[in-house]
Write a protein that binds this ligand. Structure first.
Ligand code: PMP
Length: 406
């Protein structure tokens, strides 16, 4: 046999050691993982059907039920990022005969509308300017006008910094024969969300924000109402990989026996388990209070630097009589958006903060691109020390930016 001739050489860069710098991630995500989560990633692989892994999956399910505040049996982690959970949510409950009403006040509504349209569902957009949230009245008007079967809303709009109030929405949707689907990728663990009490039918998140775990295993949960809708489908979900009823039997949600579906990302599961465990140890209420307190001091510091917050909100105005109350929630405690000053180039600031201070903050995204900076204080990173660090870095960057204009 002729000697095999390789035509592609080993890539020289791959023969160098892996290089990962230390960096403080104070953008809208991912945020830094705590050492305990990083240590979890270094455990050896096990078979995905080994009893120890099935136990980790059960622990994750219980952790998701706690973090979401739900007793839904169909609670699990899909193998993928937040977008994967968004697709899983929509493709299981929306088929071509469905109509989906999408709350569009930032990029995540745009993405959900895109996904729902690909599924062949009729998509209606309910628009609000970036920086604002939907009121019960806005939603009711949309429900009456479009008679959707599913409403999509983003709890923590990380492209604009808005927190969507959820109180009363589930009940309103149900009165209009509609399921409520909520994206909590950027808010879970940082702001109150109570799936069962708020009658949310489908809720998903992703671990790289408050949970401080790597992206790759995304929590998701379906109410009994949502599950019944899936059982009544006229067509099969268009994805085998994300078919929730198949995934439910893999995750033991449908009874004790487990059906192999795919090889779950084992290391991601270890990390998600630890991220959820740390949230359970701290307790949701303490986590919410910590995120809110650090966000408020960040906002005060930003205003002292002469910067203007993008989201108009009473709690963030220093000395406001409302500043210590927990309502009305409007700004997102995990991701703060601040207007780019007119005399500054946002890229110059972001690059300076990264180069000189080794801190990631980012510019806007989608409708806020070029208009805002986004600063995230999430999970392990939501600390008073990090508030000081990012404010110091911004002060320095703003002075530098003004100097460079002279
Ligand atoms: N929804 C929201 C609110 C997000 O902030 C993000 C990520 N920034 C996503 C969805 C998408 O998640 P991923 O990047 O993990 O796919």
């Amino acid at each position: 046999m002729a000697a095999t001739q390789l035509r592609v050489a080993p890539p020289p860069r791959l023969l160098q050691p892996l290089a990962v710098p230390q960096r403080l991630l104070l953008g809208p995500g991912p945020s830094n993982a705590p050492p305990r989560v990083l240590a979890a990633a270094s455990h050896q692989l096990l078979g995905h059907m080994h009893p120890e892994i099935l136990q980790v999956m059960d622990e994750i399910k219980a952790g998701i039920q706690y973090a979401f505040q739900t007793r839904n049996a169909l609670s699990l982690a899909v193998s993928g990022t937040g977008h994967c959970a968004m697709e899983a949510a929509l493709l299981n409950v929306a088929e071509p005969s469905d109509s989906v009403l999408v709350g569009l006040n930032g990029i995540w509504g745009e993405r959900a509308a895109n996904v729902a349209a690909r599924l062949g569902a009729t998509v209606h957009e309910l628009r609000k300017p970036p920086g604002e949230y939907f009121t019960l009245r806005d939603i009711e008007e949309g429900l009456v006008r479009h008679k959707p079967t599913v409403l999509f809303l983003t709890h923590g709009e990380s492209s604009t910094g808005v927190l969507q109030p959820l109180e009363g929405l589930g009940e309103l949707c149900h009165r209009h024969g509609c399921l409520l689907l909520v994206d909590s990728v950027a808010s879970l663990g940082g702001a109150p969300i109570l799936m069962d009490q708020q009658e949310i039918d489908i809720l998903y998140s992703s671990p790289q924000k408050v949970l401080g775990a790597p992206p790759g295993s995304a929590p998701i949960s379906f109410s009994e109402r949502a599950r019944e809708k899936m059982l009544r489908r006229k067509t099969k979900p268009p994805s085998f990989y994300l078919d929730m009823l198949c995934l439910g039997s893999y995750w033991g949600c449908e009874g004790p026996s487990r059906m192999y579906h795919h090889t779950a990302p084992i290391q991601s599961l270890y990390c998600l388990r630890e991220g959820l465990a740390m949230l359970a140890e701290q307790g949701l209420e303490k986590s919410w209070v910590r995120h809110r307190a650090n966000c408020i001091s960040l906002c005060q510091g930003l205003q002292e630097l002469g910067l203007e917050l993008f989201v108009k909100e009473e709690k963030k105005i220093p000395n406001s009589t409302h500043s210590k109350t927990l309502s009305p929630p409007e700004g997102l405690p995990t991701v703060t958006t601040v207007k780019v000053p007119e005399d500054c180039d946002w890229k110059e600031i972001v690059t300076y903060v990264m180069d000189k201070h080794n801190i990631e903050i980012t510019g806007g995204l989608g409708p806020t691109a070029g208009k805002v900076f986004r600063i995230g204080l999430m999970g392990y990173n939501s600390t008073a020390a990090n508030v000081d660090r990012v404010l110091q870095a911004l002060r320095d960057a703003l002075q530098h930016c003004h100097r460079s204009k002279l």
